[in-house]
Design a protein around this ligand. Structure first.
Ligand code: NAD
Ligand code: UFG
Length: 339
């Protein structure tokens, strides 16, 4: 079976994807520098899969470390999750974001070309659509200049992949635009473990639920949406992980650039999320309204029809499952992987 190198495989989406890859019969090799993850996740992945998944420590900006991986294993394809992802931090540290994300992806692609490994899947984001002119977003919706360096690294890497594919047509470039990944593996053994105070809604909700934070601040309740709070397309991380397997099955060894939205197609407001979460924990989750957060788009949700049509993939898990699984992970691991 094909061997897939999962860069950033110790992270939130990467760890869930490794499990689905192994379940689907792929061999995975994890490569990570632990800049935003902990070694403890590796043993949890092994527990869930019942296998020892090979791991090599390293940074995608290091040609030598990548060459060592490609020399050790016969890699058939790469899924690149390795990237920095905090919007606010990227505004303060633009060079670090371009270096880690863009230079890292460039080095990785260059080593792939050297080793004649032509299957690449990239973790892109709905952020490439900017403030949408209309929803739902299809893959044909315009890609816009991003409003933060993080988002712009996604736009730039997508562009770099497309240009490289034209120059080296053997490449199968798959650009997966994730909407809002939430939830955790049903075992409660792995999940999202952000450093410091979470920036994103779901980890903030889970930390309020276990008492690490007192209440949720809802950023803005005067948006032009049904209840005044912003609308997003939240997708269970296990569905998202399965989307990668479907993309590999379909695109492996095909020549071209393939772009897919990975979302559910349903938009939920922040208040919908609070309601679902309160149901999952069996009590009202405390929240307060706070001013709008700079840079937030009003509503963003996918038209996921292309992925269903071409990959045979569809997100299946409900909002209640997303909330219950997120809570289950946090309840079992109140301090994340430090427990
Ligand atoms: P994460 O931070 O949990 O995982 C990223 C992993 O990459 C971490 O384990 C980190 O240690 C590793 N890493 C970072 N830079 C590296 C480098 N230079 N070399 C080696 N390893 C490195 O993040 P995640 O939520 O799992 O996101 C994975 C990818 O998906 C990211 O590229 C992110 O931008 C993208 N994405 C995430 C979301 C989201 O909301 N979580 C949405 C859209 C896109
Ligand atoms: N929100 C709150 N309170 C919080 C955190 C978030 O009200 O404490 C609100 C936000 O204002 C937004 C919604 O919850 O309306 C979702 O916010 P997230 O930060 O969870 O997600 P975003 O849609 O803002 O960001 C996500 C990814 C980014 C990516 C962006 C665009 O986290 O990496 O989508 O694709 F850039």
């Amino acid at each position: 079976m094909s061997v897939i190198l999962v860069t950033g495989g110790a992270g939130y989406i990467g760890s869930h994807t490794v499990i689905e890859l192994v379940k689907a019969g792929y061999d995975a090799v994890i490569f990570d520098n632990f800049s935003n993850s902990k070694p403890a996740v590796l043993e949890r992945i092994n527990r869930i899969t019942g296998k020892h998944i090979p791991f090599m420590a390293g940074d995608i900006r290091s040609r030598e470390q990548l060459e060592a991986v490609f020399s050790t294993y016969k890699i058939d394809g790469v899924i690149n999750f390795a990237g920095l992802k905090a919007v606010g931090e990227s505004v303060k540290k633009p060079l670090e974001y371009y270096d880690n994300n863009v230079s890292g992806a460039r080095t990785l692609l260059s080593v792939m070309r050297e080793f004649k490994c032509y299957n690449f899947i990239f973790s892109s984001s709905a952020t490439v659509y900017g403030e949408p002119d209309s929803v739902p977003l299809t893959e044909e919706s315009p890609v816009k200049r991003a409003n933060c360096p993080y988002g712009q690294t996604k736009v730039d890497i997508e562009y770099m992949c497309q240009e490289l594919q034209k120059a080296v047509p053997e490449f199968s470039m798959v650009l997966l635009r994730y909407f809002n990944p939430v939830g955790a593996h049903e075992s409660g053994l792995i999940g999202e473990d952000p450093r410091g105070i979470p920036n994103n809604l779901m980890p903030y909700l889970t930390q309020v639920a276990v008492g690490r934070l007192p209440y949720l601040n809802i950023f803005g309740n005067d948006y032009p949406t049904p209840d005044g709070t912003c609308v997003r397309d939240y997708i269970h991380v296990v569905d998202l992980a399965k989307g990668h397997v479907a993309a590999l099955n379909h695109c492996l060894n095909k020549s071209g650039t393939f772009i897919y939205n990975l979302g559910t197609g349903v938009g939920y407001s922040v208040l919908d999320m609070v309601k679902a979460f309160s149901k999952a924990i069996g009590r009202e989750l405390p929240y307060k309204f706070a001013p709008r957060r700079a840079g937030d788009v009003v509503q963003c949700y996918a038209d996921p029809a292309k992925a269903q049509r071409e990959l045979g993939w569809k997100a299946l898990k409900t909002l209640d499952e997303m909330a219950a699984d997120s809570y289950n992970w946090q309840k079992n691991n109140p301090n994340g992987y430090d427990d």
